[in-house]
Write a protein that binds this ligand. Structure first.
Ligand code: AMP
Length: 397
């Protein structure tokens, strides 16, 4: 069982909150997107509102285990102070006497933001002594950083066993509930939409989904390995030659288990990998040898939208084309729109993190779906049925 922060009595206690404040910044150190910070506010407000002290810890960037002021959380702490109406103090260390004293002396209802965890190499090696030093800063441990839960780091894994009172925050709870119920008790039919560049990163998730979905719609670069495995000419499109047998096996497995594994029926092809390429819309069995497919075509978009429209639950992971280039964004935009329409019609729609989350935000449909995961790698591993170390560490009997 995993407890939630709202069920723990935190008054007068110091609550360590592992958040994901790994926010993008420009060269002057200004935060360019504070979505992740805003998303953590419900958990922080609950703690300070109940008279606890929130001791906030996070990583930021890749300082490679050494202090590097470029990656300091100080500007993040300053920004947090503008988002919440309680005192926010920054401590320029995350372990040691200064941090211990600051957390001991903090007044109830205030927030302390510690310096970047990754200034210490021991964070990513899940070092036992480092985890113990972090644990000295609180009485309760709360993890609200789903995006790093698939990594066994000191602040996500090692630290938790030092606390009998350990729990998840609202953000983590939402991820576990939505991703968990989409897989374990979905409103049928369950439809998965998979894209992205390659099959290789998504083999395990495809295998799991084949056992759970009524339909799997395949777009993105990975579609061409499937199409080639079926004997079609894919021109210069991205193909993983060493995965052709696997693609054929997955197609056969879908057939055997009666799952509709739907490949595109048309594509947008280009003469080069560039936004200003010469393009054409072609039937999927008519891809010219000297061109490459960079998006699904309009008939496929319509077909996918109609299958999504009839779904009870939709899980989407990976863009349908090279959506970063306007010439090849239409398929991904169509799926994003279809997800929003399906939601309006009563479907549960869940977007895996990473590129598909970025895409749905780019097209403005993120508020129209049931849940957009904050964790790319973490949501993929969760859907693969793997135990996430940062989640397992929160279990209490
Ligand atoms: P992934 O990291 O595997 O989820 O892949 C995401 C990337 O796949 C995005 O950056 C897309 O630009 C890229 N992508 C999508 N469709 C294609 C395609 N047809 N050819 C090459 N790359 C693609």
């Amino acid at each position: 069982m995993i407890r939630s922060i709202e069920n723990i009595q935190v008054s007068g206690k110091r609550v360590i909150v592992r958040v994901d404040f790994n926010v993008p910044m420009d060269s002057s150190g200004s935060i360019t997107d504070d979505t992740r910070m805003v998303a953590s506010l419900p958990t922080l407000r609950t703690i300070v509102g109940a008279g606890g002290v929130a001791v906030v810890m996070s990583h930021l960037g890749r300082p490679k285990g050494e202090p590097n002021l470029r990656y300091s959380l100080r500007p993040v702490a300053e920004h947090l102070a503008t988002l919440i109406d309680v005192p926010v103090a920054f401590v320029p260390s995350c372990i040691g006497p200064e941090a211990e004293e600051a957390t001991r002396n903090a007044s109830a209802g205030s927030i302390i933001v510690l310096e970047n965890l990754r200034f210490h190499a021991e964070e990513e090696t899940n070092d036992e002594a480092f985890a113990a030093s972090l644990a000295r800063l609180g009485d309760v441990y709360c993890n609200d950083a789903f995006g790093t839960a698939h990594r066994a780091h000191a602040s996500t894994a090692g630290i938790a066993r030092h606390f009998s009172e350990r729990c998840c925050g609202f953000l983590m709870r939402k991820e576990l509930d939505y991703l968990g119920s989409a897989l374990e008790s979905p409103k049928p039919p369950l439809v998965a939409v998979l894209g992205g560049s390659k099959i290789s990163g998504k083999i395990d998730v495809i295998k799991v989904l084949l056992g759970k979905c009524q339909a799997i719609l395949i777009g993105g670069g990975m579609m061409f390995t499937f199409l080639k495995a079926k004997g079609l000419n894919v021109g210069n499109s991205l193909v993983e030659a060493d995965r052709l047998d696997l693609a054929a096996e997955l197609l056969a497995q879908a057939e055997r288990s009666g799952v509709q594994l739907q490949l595109p029926i048309d594509a947008i092809v280009a003469d080069k990998f560039a936004n200003d390429a010469r393009t054409a819309i072609v039937s999927i069995d008519d891809i010219p040898s000297d061109m490459m497919g960079l998006d699904i075509g309009p008939r496929t978009s319509e077909l996918f939208a109609s299958i999504i429209g009839n779904a009870g639950t939709v899980l989407w992971n990976g863009p349908m084309g090279v959506f970063e280039m306007p010439s090849f964004e239409s398929g991904t935009r169509a799926v994003a729109a279809a997800m929003a329409h399906a939601t309006e019609a009563g479907a549960v729609t869940v977007v895996g993190g990473g590129d598909s989350a970025a895409a749905i935000v780019q097209f403005g449909y993120h508020t129209g779906v049931t849940h957009v995961s904050t964790g790319g790698g973490a949501s993929l591993e969760f859907l693969e049925g793997r135990v996430l170390p940062g989640v397992a560490a929160l279990e209490v009997s």
